[in-house]
Design a protein around this ligand. Structure first.
Ligand SMILES: [Zn+2]
Length: 410
């Protein structure tokens, strides 16, 4: 048993926190009296460790090996093919592992990674990420989403590989219906993904409408299918860019369907800000889904890292604090309530999408925690500090020290 004394909680209150084994067993003013060891944390902020609900660990860090392309989603997918053919399990595992380790050092202890499942890379991306996840099981919990990046109907053989991926241990069924060539194929793609999920009793986490074209409307297909099959609260839709370009009355109707189906929306502004809207002249779209309206309607919204130095995005370092800051700029989040929403979008919201029941800064939750050298979440966002300590399952998983010096002449 150990304790932290006098931490600031995200709501501004000061409290002690007691951890026993892998659980938080008490939170409150003065509860650590008599517990040893207890660390004085006055002036510091305690947060639940971040959850990255949408990341692609299999393609992380390959950017330097790719040819230059036009910067669009299609350009990036195409440019990755050559590199994907050369993937080995060890190569994927090593790159994934370095991002997992960096993420833990920056305060993230749970990640859900999409892994490409297609006839180019086969199951190598899955096997590589699962190998990295097993190798990092002492510091983080990493789950996989079988993701048909090249389509299901467009890539004959991919559906059989998706079945094999689930059999081999992929946790969640992915999808990318808008990548199919016509509406009938998109609808069939959605149906196939739900069939697979039902057959294996898995949740769904699909790439949905990652395009500027407001006429692309597979989010509604996904919501309709979830409602029809009563797959409530078990579906996450990522990106959802085209919803922003759709007419208002249509968007209102689809947002209502998402709410009724308990669909979570993974907005990934950091990547979509650089991918989308490139062909626009005049009013330039920035790839943002309707965060404000989804939030007002009560839909669960998370922010994901999505990409780490891959073909889609040249930046990213596994920092959900950075993701929250960039997303706050993209989504006009500035008030106190807005900033609390940004915190939720990298903690409680992805945990809800993942249907975690043991997450959070609460008694009974798994002790995945981080201590930041600032007094508040608002200051953490502004100053982007490294967490001083990160705990995974009650055990210290990472520590950072920073020394800065200023040399004055008077
Ligand atoms: Zn993605």
């Amino acid at each position: 048993m150990w304790a932290l004394r006098d931490v600031f909680l995200p709501d501004g209150h000061v409290a002690d926190v007691i951890v026993d084994g892998d659980r938080i067993t008490a939170i409150g003013p003065g509860v650590a009296g008599g517990v040893s060891p207890a660390t004085d944390c006055s002036g510091k902020l305690l947060l639940a460790a971040y959850v990255d609900g949408h990341v692609h660990l299999d393609k992380a860090l390959i950017r330097d090996e790719l040819r230059e392309h036009d910067g669009t989603l299609a350009g990036a997918i195409d440019a990755i093919h050559e590199r994907k053919r050369r993937y080995t399990v060890q190569d994927v595992s090593e790159r994934a592992r370095s991002v997992i380790e960096a993420s833990v050092q920056l305060g993230t202890t749970r990640m859900r990674s999409h892994v490409d499942v297609d006839t180019i890379g086969g199951l190598t991306p899955l096997e590589g990420v699962m190998d990295a996840a097993a190798g990092c099981a002492d510091i983080a919990e990493v789950r996989t989403i079988a993701f048909p990046q090249e389509g299901l109907l467009r890539d004959p053989g991919a559906y059989e590989l998706m079945e094999a991926a689930i059999e081999a241990g992929a946790d969640v069924v992915g999808g990318m219906p808008h990548w199919e060539l016509d509406e009938a194929s998109q609808r069939e793609h959605v149906r196939l993904c739900f069939d697979l999920a039902e057959r294996y009793d898995r949740d769904l986490d699909m790439h949905v409408d990652e395009t500027d074209d407001g006429a692309v409307r597979t989010l509604e297909m996904v919501a309709d299918e979830a409602l029809r099959r009563r797959y409530m609260g078990r579906v996450c839709a990522g990106h959802v860019c085209s919803l922003a370009a759709a007419p208002q009355d249509y968007a209102d109707r689809v947002i209502d369907k998402c709410l009724r189906a308990g669909i979570s929306i993974a907005a990934n502004p950091v990547t979509n800000l650089v991918l989308q809207g490139r062909a626009d002249r005049g009013l330039v779209r920035r790839g943002m889904t309707r965060v404000a309206e989804l939030r007002a309607a009560g839909v669960n919204i998370l922010f994901g890292q999505d990409c780490v130095k891959d073909g889609f995005y040249p930046f990213g370092r596994g920092s959900m604090l950075e993701v929250a800051l960039i997303s706050a700029h993209a989504a006009h989040l500035t008030s106190r309530a807005d900033l609390a929403f940004a915190l939720r979008a990298v903690t409680e919201a992805p945990a809800q999408a993942w249907r975690l029941t043991d997450y959070g800064l609460k008694v009974g939750a798994r002790a995945d925690l981080q201590l930041l050298p600032v007094p508040s979440w608002e200051e953490a966002l502004r100053l982007q500090p490294l967490p001083e300590k990160v705990w995974f399952s009650g055990r210290m998983a990472a520590e950072n020290t920073v020394e800065s010096k200023l040399y004055r002449s008077r």
